[in-house]
Ligand binder design. Structure first.
Ligand SMILES: Cc1cc2nc3c(=O)[nH]c(=O)nc-3n(C[C@H](O)[C@H](O)[C@H](O)COP(=O)(O)OP(=O)(O)OC[C@H]3O[C@@H](n4cnc5c(N)ncnc54)[C@H](O)[C@@H]3O)c2cc1C
Length: 281
């Protein structure tokens, strides 16, 4: 979805898809940036990417449609691969679409543009529905990293003979015990939100609110847990000998992609307060 001029503001995408009625092909033009696994999909395998483009710029959100672009398609090429802070095992690429022709069937869903005067449209709603599926998964990914960091901390503390004494009043706990318990509580709160959003998804229940809650919370929690874990472990945490420093770098992405923390909190606020996009931007 993301383009140089469209990230958080997904409705601003400029990539176009024009139907060539003579050949019955879609002709795509535009630039997509920060595509997770873009190089793996387009250059290193017989994969594909799903590209959102507009079939009618004058229709705004209503014109947004998803298209499948397969590896090896003429006019589609990877231009750049990002050098990143974290998730370095996953490539993040720029895809240029230059008169890229794809078969008519490669549109996902209907090409019909249904204009409405206000509010969301079918095209945009489908784009957002994609996020309802992916955000709980991103939350789960964040929590995996958080869990690993917590396990590492507990293992080291155990080895050093530092027990975590559950059930004591807060003022009788050591600072380390309080830190570990706070990390665990944050982890569990995010875990419950993620499980709820994922369960609702599996039951085909509307889960936009829950998906954004889970994603926003997990993004914050993983950053806090991994940073605290590095801090508590000192040089062990900072050293490349262990994975903790990597988890801290990897964890941060969960607060950025699939809607940043701020954007997901905006969605939560809108839904809880019953505000429209125009009311709360
Ligand atoms: C490693 C990586 C992989 C990615 N993979 C993909 C991918 O596969 N597909 C894809 O489509 N995109 C992908 N992205 C892009 C990612 O989803 C966007 O970068 C992200 O949504 C933020 O959009 P932006 O870059 O336009 O930032 P901006 O929108 O410019 O955000 C910059 C800052 O402003 C804040 N902000 C923006 N608007 C508001 C607002 N209204 N209120 C409060 N704060 C606001 C944001 O929260 C953020 O802190 C990836 C990004 C990265 C870094």
């Amino acid at each position: 979805m993301t383009e140089p001029g469209a990230g958080s503001d997904t409705a601003a995408i400029q990539t176009t898809a024009v139907l060539d009625t003579e050949t019955n092909e879609w002709v795509l033009n535009g630039e997509k940036i920060f595509i997770t696994g873009g190089q793996r999909s387009m250059e290193e395998s017989d994969g594909l990417v799903v590209v959102w483009a507009t079939v009618d710029r004058t229709a705004g959100r209503a014109g947004m449609k998803p298209f499948v672009v397969e590896a090896g398609t003429a006019g589609a090429h990877i231009d750049k691969v990002e050098n990143k802070l974290g998730i370095r095992a996953s490539d993040t690429a720029t895809l240029i679409l230059d008169n890229c022709r794809i078969p008519y069937e490669n549109i996902l869903g209907s090409p019909e543009v249904r204009r409405v005067d206000s509010g969301d449209t079918a095209g945009f709603r489908r784009a957002m529905a994609t996020f309802d599926m992916t955000r709980p998964i991103i939350a789960a990914m964040a929590l995996g990293v958080g869990r690993a960091s917590l396990d590492f901390v507990r293992e080291v503390l155990e080895k050093e003979g530092i027990p975590i004494r559950y059930g004591l009043p807060r003022h009788k706990l050591t600072a380390i015990e309080r830190d570990v318990m706070e990390m665990e509580a944050a982890y569990k709160a995010a875990l419950m939100l993620m499980l709820r959003a994922t369960w609702m998804m599996s039951q085909f229940q509307p889960n936009s609110l829950e998906a954004s809650m889970a994603k926003a919370k997990a993004g914050i929690v993983v950053a806090r847990i991994t940073q605290k874990a590095v801090e508590m472990m000192g040089p062990l945490g900072y050293s490349r000998k262990y994975l903790l420093e990597k988890w801290m770098r990897d964890g941060k992405i969960n607060d950025i992609f699939e809607g940043t923390g701020q954007i997901n909190m905006l969605i939560v606020a809108r839904r809880i307060l019953d505000y429209t996009r125009e009311d709360l931007k």
